[in-house]
Design a binder for this molecule. Structure first.
Ligand code: GDP
Ligand code: CA
Length: 312
């Protein structure tokens, strides 16, 4: 069984991470998660992508919204609104408990890695879910409507402003989290989950030293395309290809971003005709059903990915 290092953002990443965690024992999987989306709300440290992965692996995720916990209520947020606080970033009552606890532990001097590990243990998640870094890295979005935080762009403005540039503030001085670094030294397979290449995967790859270290993992390095039939399953990935000059939004564009890093790219059956263009970039195309609607879909796709990891 391969020792897998997986890179993930939120929703798309969590789905494949769930499949991988269903098939691999805890000591064979480390899921490294983007923290560029982290932000402070009501004085609390919120890590949306980590929480989506943790809730998903813990069986607590809200599948309808794609964020937050299932069967959550919003009494605290309603009360905050009554007091004049801005509440466009929706935080449920049970979700808030996690942010309160995380903020408290961070203030006591624990790292985000330690806090995440503690939360996982308490939720019964045995696989390692680790932040990409314990340093503060913030994705700042430069748009035609001004410079804004990632959550302002994504949640408040529904990804509508035209993006000119993404800046990962703090990245130059950031170091990888200790468990990320340990995983890249030990792993014999890299899996890039179908997460947003610009907003979720690029921050992880931009940590000094990360891309080179991952490219030298001695084994299969496989990504799953988040673009199916020229469209993102959800979120702004497709339009970012156009706005940030990555060419048209298709799985060939995804392959181009991972050229030199990945040995394989899983593309959807509907994109089968594009396989030769991916092969021409020096990446082996793997054609599968990549839309993960059910838990079985997630496990089947993870099984296909792991089969490539084992056979090359
Ligand atoms: P976010 O941080 O919540 O935006 O999550 P990610 O970056 O991890 O995932 C967003 C990406 O996941 C989008 O580009 C979607 O197209 C992709 N995605 C979501 N669900 C699926 C799926 O079932 N299959 C594939 N292939 N991609 C998906
Ligand atoms: Ca995210």
């Amino acid at each position: 069984m391969p020792d897998v290092l997986a890179l993930a953002g939120g929703v798309g990443g969590a789905k494949l991470a769930f499949g991988l965690a269903s098939l691999l024992p805890p000591d064979r999987l480390t899921v490294v998660v983007n923290t560029g989306d982290d932000d402070a709300f009501h004085g609390l440290h919120v890590s949306p992508d980590i929480d989506t992965v943790v809730y998903t692996l813990a069986g607590k995720a809200n599948r309808e919204t794609g964020w937050g916990r299932q069967q959550d209520t919003f009494a605290a947020l309603d009360a905050l609104s009554e007091l004049g606080a801005e509440t466009w970033f929706r935080l449920g009552d049970r979700d808030l408990a996690l942010h309160i606890r995380r903020t408290q532990l961070l203030r006591e001097g624990h790292t985000l890695s330690e806090v995440t590990r503690d939360v996982c243990q308490r939720f019964g998640v045995e696989h390692a879910i680790v932040p990409m870094s314990d340093n503060a890295i913030r994705t700042v979005v430069e748009t035609d409507q001004g410079v804004m935080s990632f959550q302002e762009y994504f949640v408040l403005h529904h990804s509508e402003p035209r993006v000119r540039r993404l800046v990962f503030k703090g990245i130059e001085r950031a170091t990888p989290s200790p468990w990320f670094e340990m995983a890249w030294q030990r792993a014999d397979a890299l899996v890039i989950c179908p997460s947003n290449p610009f907003l979720s995967v690029d921050p992880i790859l931009s940590i000094p030293g990360a891309r080179n270290a991952l490219a030298s993992i001695n084994g299969v390095r496989i990504a799953v395309s988040p673009i199916i039939g020229g469209k993102a399953v959800r979120g702004p990935a497709a339009k970012l290809f156009e706005q940030l000059g990555g060419g048209p939004a298709d799985c060939v564009g995804v392959a181009r971003r991972y050229a030199g890093l990945c040995t394989h790219l899983v593309i959807d059956r509907v994109d089968q005709a594009l396989a030769p263009q991916i092969a021409a970039l020096g990446i082996k195309p793997v054609v599968e059903n990549t839309l993960m609607q059910t838990d079985d879909d997630r496990i089947e796709l993870a099984r296909a990915v792991l089969a490539v990891c084992e056979t090359g």
